[in-house]
Design a protein around this ligand. Sequence first.
Ligand code: NAD
Ligand code: ZN
Length: 245
Amino acid sequence: MDARITLDDRTFLLVLTGAGVSAESGIPTFRDARGLWESHAVEEVASPEGFDRDPGLVWRFYSERRAAAARCAPNAGHFALVAAEERLGDRFLLATQNVDGLHEAAGSREVAHIHGELFVTRCSDPDCPAAPFRDERCDFPPPLPRCPCGALLRPHVVWFGESPLGFQPVKRRVQSCSLLVVVGSSGTVFPAAGLVREITLRRQWGERVRSLYVGLEAPANAADFDALCLGPSGETLPGLFEVCR
Ligand code: NAD
Ligand code: ZN
């Protein structure tokens, strides 16, 4: 595949981004952080079991992540995706595994946050009718924050062992797009890592559809892509899309 992609009136583009797209903004990927926070395994502070065990520790972890993300700014990779959305409108869908909010900070309008959002809080009781709400607080002194219903509040982030949020529209779009571009994702976190297989299957049925990976190194599911465009996404993405008007 040509490393430049022409965006025209026939393009239906689905983009999935992972931690790599924010690396050049200064947000460590899972691997850069070596899966650790202080001396805790991330699973210990990013799981329902961890929250049941020590909600104060979990809130301290997410408060630090909020404070760190608030200091970061979007990079050229985020902005290149804004330009693609401006060109394609409804024929563009951006799905992200990132919780950092940098796509919106760059100007992206429609973002499917399949792993939730760092700056949103919700009730920990799944049966509570209270809606998730925007929350930029970065410090949670005791007592822990509670919902009016009495249950503890929790970060609106998908934890280990939980299902992605709002994945249905993404699954629908992978059945109708003409191109899937995955950016900076190690290809190990499912179900997002399985999207590219859908493209392979559609092509086996004779459809004209392509897939491209953009990132620093080949992901675990590299063999499933039609082409790899290796390099930092902040450098690669701005030159990738050729916008035809
Ligand atoms: P990952 O950490 O498993 O993989 C990151 C990938 O990005 C790697 O393949 C790496 O080669 C690539 N990469 C590193 N620097 C890059 C750059 N400059 N340009 C392009 N690619 C680069 O990330 P993942 O696959 O998204 O899965 C990690 C999980 O942890 C996700 O569930 C995500 O929700 C969460 N997470 C989120 C953030 C965030 O919100 N920014 C950060 C870390 C982890
Ligand atoms: Zn509640």
